[in-house]
Structure formats: structure tokens, C-alpha cells
Design a protein around this ligand. Structure first.
Ligand code: WTA
Length: 648
């Protein structure tokens, strides 16, 4: 299959799980028995797991408080500290010398950071932040490359009860500005620059631009030296991270916070308006990060080397590069640069060099690696792999099969994990040594998770029928709200089924064996290379360009990216040379390069219904080059369609 991707493939085989008695959950009977415990005693079972897996400073007496639903509270009167759970606990258990983080820079340098060293650095950072006036409840924005200091900054926030909000380093300064303002952040932690594709790409100038107007709440910017590039310096505001840490002691008493204390805010795209700040709470999130690490990745901290390729700017990086592996006391790998630099074998070279045993990436990356050819992975010994995971978008069966056969040598279970920024951790996923897998299916809800596929009225649909994916009972790592917008939280997730179910925004069906198949978003959220983008955000970015009168954005299927961004634009003026490039760059400047349109089409008008609504389904069909099946009598102008199809 090397070098090509077949566009259709029906894989009907079922892959039985490898036998491994040492696995935490090693049979379907064990899974069912555990799920039955939740059915019989929901809060008792959660309470037991929370007591067992988390070090509490103050034990909780109630597990779940539903009195203010949909604002659910978990372990509310308990107190804990996340950095203590992720660091001190392991050092106290004699694991101080174990490697917590293996880091590889793009130019090739390697750092092994032990638990003891990480604890010391996190304490210094926490002390430095405190000295700069950061305390419990303050928001700290982290705008960083993939360097260990990013994880240190996150953990340092948790040590003193500050709430972090990581902003993906490739987001524009405008996007950064909006997030700082929305969160009311007091500090930004960034780096001068970092290595990408063989050169230093800068970050600090983006922060300076973001802070050039507004952002009045920001008092300090801490700057990690990584790129070695010269940066502008605002005296009194900007603080050198390395110098500040060196001046602090490596001990800092962890602050116990309430289980419901906001651990972090992470901005993600919705179907309407600007990005929303998803709020996660301390106790429930940490519990689920640890449990899913153990269940879905069967993580063995004494021997595994775990690599999740996601950037810490996304939820996957939060839960599975940082909190999950560290809460378990295991080794996590971080890589700074572009996975295909200097060649498409880089990923496999890193896996071989560091003995990665559990590998977790997105289907988009897999498809790109398939295209690069089988010769690249063939160059490296990948026999240490035990488990392979995917996340972020539906995986097509041919990519699944390649991952399983070529990368996993047919030995390693593939875990296709369905979840969201909002869910904090995995929700529907196989247990590698218990669940028989079917390529393209995320299989079953995890123990403790209750999901369903329902129709518009909330009635479960028959097996084989498409419907909406819902979660029918609360779970500990569920989002606690949208930062500063209670109404939007209720409206987005709970209104559709009147508070009974959490509405995920995905379509799905179950097959005759009860396996879940996720079909993709049912709202105006795009999934481009596994990155979530709102059509509205891109539309408003385009509308802010002087040449644009109106714009509509839809997704179209793409072989590599899953979905590509297709834009229909009505201009205020005639089309000029270079306008397409200018518009693409404008969107990159407004949001970030990941939001650059793939396809821009100009027309005199956009197709609208008589009531003036843009006909998005029609645009999606046009973008995909599908036959138009809609009734077009309601259209103002049939010629518009031809223009948009490129025939006009
Ligand atoms: C999609 C990423 C199919 C889905 C963790 C969801 C998936 C959105 C899968 C959340 C999967 C994630 N199969 N679709 N295994 N995993 N998705 O918030 O549409 O960046 O709603 O979280 O990604 O994206 P988010």
C-alpha cells in the first residue's frame, strides 16, 4: 500500500485483543464487571476509585453533587494539589531518579528530566511566580513551544493554585490577545522562540503584539530562553525565566485547593461566535487523566515510555503529554519540532532512539506518513511498541490497517479514542487487552461512562441507524462550564435534551454488536488535521478584510487532513491579482496558519433561502464536487451555483 491511499476500503475483520494477564483489564468480563459496579453503585464506585488513585489533603465526604445541575460538582469538599500528586508523591515513594520527561529538541539535543529534578524546577518556578504576585485563582496564559518548561509552567501554576490557560503557540497574536482578555490573565509565560523546520520561529514578538493594546490585567511576561534569538524587552514587565528560577529555592509548599477549583481553562472552537474557554476542575480531571492512562494505554510506569505527539496547546497534550503520564509516575516524551523534519522518518527515529512503547497520534499524521512510504518506518526497529493510539478525528479503515500492520507489526492493539476538550479524557475507546477492535470504530464507552446514540427527541435509535451522540450521566472530568458564560454552557451542551443528556456535537451509530462508530460533527465545527475550528471564526476573520463583503466557510473531505477549509467569498471590488493569497494570509494573521483556507471561490452572491439563510448544505455539496440534490427553486439566482462550482 506504500505511497498511495486507497479512497475506499471496507474492512470487516475483527481483531481480537492480544492476551496479556499482566494488563490492568485483561478481559471483556472484567470490563463488564467494572461497568456493572457503576450501574449498581455509581457514586460509591467513583468514590472508591478517587480515594484509591488520588492523594487527598482533605478527604471528600460527598462524591457527586447534582443539586445545581448542569453545574455538577465532584468530590467538592475534598482538597488536593495536582503537582503534589504528579511529583512529590512519586519522589516520596523513592522514584525521584526515574525519568519524568524525555525531551528531544528539533536540532537533536536530548534532555532526561528526573522526577526529583522536575519537582525542584517546578518549585522554583512556583516561587518565582509567587514573587511576581501570582496566587490562587489568578489566570496565567502559557504561550509556549514544546519544551519541558511548558510542562513546568503548567505544574507550577497548579502548585500555587493559579489557573492556567495554554494557548497553542501557532495561534496568532490576535487570537492570543482575545484569550488573554477573556480569561483576564495576570501573567503570560512564553519563550523567545523555538526550532521549527530547521529555523528558529519566534514567540515573544507575538506576545508583545497581543499586549500592545488592552490586556490591562497583565502584569508580567516570563520569557524562557530557548531560541536564542534577540527579543524586545519591556523593563518592569518582562522577566527572564531562567534568571528568576535561579534566584529561588527549589522547595515550595504545595497549596491544597478544593477539588472543584479551576485547574485550567482551554479555549476551543464552537459552532458560533468566538472561541470558548472550557473550564476543568482539579480533582475529577486528575482522577480521569490517571485512570484512562491505566485503562486505555495500560500504562506501566516502571517500564513504559509514552509518547503523545499532540502539542500542549490542545487538550490531548494537557491530558496525555503532561497530567496523565505524570499522575501515574511514568515517563512521557516531548518533541519540540516538526515530526517530518528533516525527513519523514523523524518520528520513527525518535521512537527507536528512546524506546517508545506506547505511541499516540492523530489519523492525519498517520495518513501523511502512509503517503511518505513504508521505507521510512522500515529503517527503524519499532519492536518496542506495545500499544498504538489515535485521537482527534474518525480514522479511516485503511489508515487503521496500515498503523496496525506496518507500524504495529500486527502485534499491537490499536486504540481509537473518542473524546473532546470538554470531556477532559477518553470516553469511548477500546481496552487494549480486553476489547476486540474493528478498524474505524472507537468500540465501547469506558467503565463509568454512559453514552447513547439518540434521535432529535432523545430516544435511542436502532442499531445501524445514525443519530446524535450523548453522554447520559455526569463524569468526573466533565467540563465545569464556559469561562464567564453560564448561558452559553447551558445552551451549547444541555439545552437540546433539556438537561437530561450532555450533547457532544457528534453524529454516531452503533452496529449490531453495539460498537460505536463516530461519524463526525453535526454542527458548524470543522475538524482539519484533527484540529477543531469554527466556521464562524473563519468567516469573521475573512469579513474583517477590506475586500470582502460576505463569506461562507464549509468543510470538504480531504484525503490527508480529513477535512479541508473551503471558502465562498463575495467581494466588494473586482478580483485582483494575489487576492487569494492575501486572504489566506489574512486568516492566518487573524487566527493562525492552521485556519488558512485550502480553497477560495469568488461569486457575485452566496446561495440563500428566501428567509436569507446561507444554504450551507448546498455549499458543502458544491465544495465536495457532489451532485446537487437540493431543491433550488428557493434560490435567488441559479447562476450563482455555477459560479461557485467554478463553471460561471
Ligand atoms: C472529534 C480532541 C472520531 C470529534 C480530543 C470531537 C473524533 C472532536 C475522535 C473533539 C475519534 C475526537 N473518532 N472523531 N476517535 N476523537 N474526535 O475538542 O468530532 O479538539 O467532537 O478534542 O474531535 O475535538 P477536541
Amino acid at each position: 500500500m506504500s505511497g498511495t491511499i486507497e479512497s475506499t476500503m471496507h474492512e470487516m475483520r475483527v481483531f481480537p485483543p492480544p492476551q496479556d494477564k499482566a494488563a490492568r483489564l485483561s478481559s471483556m468480563q472484567q470490563y463488564q464487571a467494572l461497568q456493572q459496579r457503576f450501574v449498581d453503585d455509581f457514586s460509591g464506585t467513583w468514590g472508591e476509585l478517587a480515594t484509591q488513585h488520588i492523594s487527598w489533603r482533605k478527604p471528600f465526604s460527598t462524591v457527586l453533587d447534582e443539586s445545581d445541575a448542569p453545574f455538577y460538582k465532584w468530590f467538592a469538599d475534598g482538597q488536593l494539589n495536582v503537582s503534589e500528586n504528579c511529583l512529590d508523591r512519586h519522589v516520596a515513594a523513592g522514584l525521584g531518579e526515574r525519568t519524568a520527561i524525555i525531551w528531544e529538541g528539533e536540532p537533536g539535543e536530548v534532555r532526561h528530566i528526573s522526577y526529583a529534578e522536575l519537582l525542584g524546577q517546578v518549585c522554583r518556578a512556583a516561587n518565582a511566580m509567587r514573587a511576581l504576585g501570582i496566587g490562587k485563582g489568578d489566570r496565567v496564559v502559557i504561550y509556549m513551544p514544546m519544551i519541558p518548561e511548558a510542562a513546568m509552567a503548567m505544574l507550577a501554576c497548579t502548585r500555587i493554585g493559579a489557573t492556567h490557560s495554554v494557548v497553542f503557540g501557532a495561534f496568532s497574536s490576535k487570537a492570543l490577545h482575545e484569550r488573554i482578555e477573556d480569561a483576564g490573565a495576570k501573567m503570560v509565560i512564553t519563550a523567545d522562540g523555538a526550532w521549527r523546520r530547521g529555523a528558529v520561529s519566534t514567540l515573544k514578538p507575538g506576545v508583545d503584539a497581543a499586549l500592545a493594546s488592552g490586556c490591562a490585567t497583565i502584569e508580567h511576561v516570563m520569557v524562557v530562553r530557548r531560541g536564542g534569538n534577540a527579543v524586545d524587552w519591556v523593563d518592569g514587565r518582562d522577566v527572564d525565566w531562567q534568571q528568576a528560577l535561579a534566584a529561588q529555592p527549589d522547595v515550595c509548599e504545595p497549596l491544597a485547593v478544593e477539588a472543584e477549583h479551576p485547574l485550567f481553562i482551554l479555549y476551543t472552537s464552537g459552532s458560533t461566535g468566538t472561541a470558548k474557554g472550557i473550564v476543568h476542575a482539579t480533582g475529577g480531571y486528575l482522577l480521569w487523566a490517571r485512570l484512562t492512562m491505566q485503562w486505555v494505554f495500560d500504562f506501566r510506569p516502571q517500564s513504559d515510555v509514552f509518547w503523545c505527539t499532540a502539542d500542549i496547546g490542545w487538550i490531548t497534550g494537557h491530558t496525555y503529554s503532561v497530567y496523565g503520564p505524570l499522575a501515574c509516575g511514568g515517563t512521557t516524551l516531548m518533541y519540540e519540532g516538526v515530526p517530518t523534519f528533516p525527513d519523514p522518518g523523524r518520528i520513527w527515529k525518535i521512537c527507536r532512539d528512546h524506546g517508545v512503547t506506547v505511541f499516540y497520534t492523530a489519523p492525519t499524521a498517520i495518513r501523511a506518513l502512509i503517503k511518505a512510504g513504508d521505507a521510512w518506518p522500515a529503517k527503524y526497529d519499532l519492536s518496542k511498541f506495545r500499544i498504538l493510539g489515535t485521537v482527534g478525528e474518525p480514522i479511516n479503515p485503511q489508515a487503521w490497517m496500515w498503523y496496525h500492520d506496518v507500524i504495529g507489526g500486527g502485534r499491537c492493539p490499536v486504540v481509537d479514542t473518542w473524546w473532546q476538550t470538554e470531556t477532559g479524557g477518553h470516553m469511548i475507546a477500546p481496552l487494549p487487552f480486553a476489547t476486540a477492535t474493528k478498524p474505524g470504530s472507537a468500540t465501547f464507552p469506558l467503565p463509568g461512562v454512559f453514552a447513547e446514540v439518540v434521535d432529535m427527541e432523545g430516544v435511542p435509535v436502532e442499531h445501524g441507524q445514525g443519530g446524535l451522540l450523548v453522554v447520559t450521566r455526569p463524569w468526573p472530568s466533565m467540563l465545569r462550564g464556559i469561562w464567564g458564560d453560564e448561558a452559553r454552557y447551558r445552551r451549547t451542551y444541555w439545552q437540546k435534551f433539556e438537561g437530561r443528556y450532555y450533547f457532544a456535537g457528534d453524529g454516531a451509530h452503533k452496529d449490531d454488536d453495539g460498537y460505536y462508530w463516530i461519524m463526525g460533527r453535526v454542527d458548524d465545527v470543522l475538524n482539519v488535521s484533527g484540529h477543531r475550528l469554527g466556521t464562524m471564526e473563519i468567516e469573521s476573520a475573512l469579513a474583517s478584510h477590506p475586500a470582502v463583503a460576505e463569506a461562507a466557510v464549509v468543510g470538504r473531505p480531504d484525503e490527508i487532513k480529513g477535512e479541508a477549509i473551503c471558502v465562498f467569498v463575495v467581494l466588494k471590488q473586482d478580483e485582483t491579482e494575489g487576492l487569494r493569497t492575501a486572504l489566506r494570509n489574512h486568516v492566518a494573521a487573524e487566527i493562525g496558519p492552521i485556519a488558512k483556507p485550502d480553497d477560495i471561490r469568488f461569486a457575485d452572491k452566496l446561495p440563500k433561502t428566501r428567509s436569507g439563510k446561507i444554504m450551507r448544505r448546498l455549499l458543502r455539496d458544491i465544495a465536495a464536487g457532489r451532485e446537487i440534490t437540493q431543491d433550488m427553486t428557493t434560490l435567488e439566482d441559479l447562476k450563482v451555483i455555477e459560479q461557485l462550482q467554478g463553471k460561471g
